[in-house]
Design a protein around this ligand. Structure first.
Ligand code: FES
Length: 179
């Protein structure tokens, strides 16, 4: 007996909404405390951030931000004490100088503005943590995935293609040199 083709309508699988992954470097003395306060005060904020505690925003080397992007982050948030309140006197002034340079570098790399954010948030500003995290999550969600690891793979493939192309045309070039 031959099988009858199924008449059931083909239903497309629902598209999975993009949820950004944001790495947040928070200074222990202010923004991390504020994030704690937000939690204790039951101020709900988007669960998209993965917080990494540092002792001072000045501890965050621009390389850490680049590495976070290279490892798949869609956004990076850096939170430190307000200018003048750094527990190590000038750590956050150093942060400001470094991050201004980093922002220029990110632009050169084609990483959009909204994917990196520097905020001064004191230990008492739990509501500001909530506002900043929610705002940044919405902004990065609107930008879509950055997917640098995927772009690196694409780039690797393109370089392999280029290498093959270069090698394939090498004999003719050598002949042309000989003549
Ligand atoms: S101790 Fe918070 S920014 Fe330096």
């Amino acid at each position: 007996m031959s099988e009858q083709p199924s008449m059931a309508p083909v239903v497309a699988a629902p598209a999975v909404a993009f949820e950004p992954r944001i790495v947040a470097f928070f200074c222990n003395w202010c923004t991390y405390t504020a994030a704690d306060l937000a939690g204790v005060s039951r101020l709900k904020y988007a669960p998209n951030v993965r917080v990494i505690r540092v002792m001072c925003s000045g501890r965050v080397d621009p390389q850490f931000v680049l590495e976070a992007f290279a490892k798949g982050a869609d956004g990076v948030l850096l939170g430190g004490c307000h200018p003048g309140d750094c527990h190590y006197a000038e750590g956050n002034y150093k942060t400001l100088r470094r991050m201004r340079m980093l922002i220029r570098m990110l632009k050169e790399l084609g990483i959009e503005d909204g994917r990196f954010r520097l905020e001064w948030i004191s230990g008492a500003e739990g509501d500001k943590v909530k506002a900043v995290v929610n705002e940044m999550t919405a902004q990065v969600r609107a930008l879509g995935p950055l997917d640098l690891p995927g772009k690196f793979k694409e780039w690797d493939r393109e370089m392999e293609d280029l290498e093959q192309h270069v090698n394939a045309s090498a004999p003719q070039q050598e002949e042309a040199h000989v003549r």
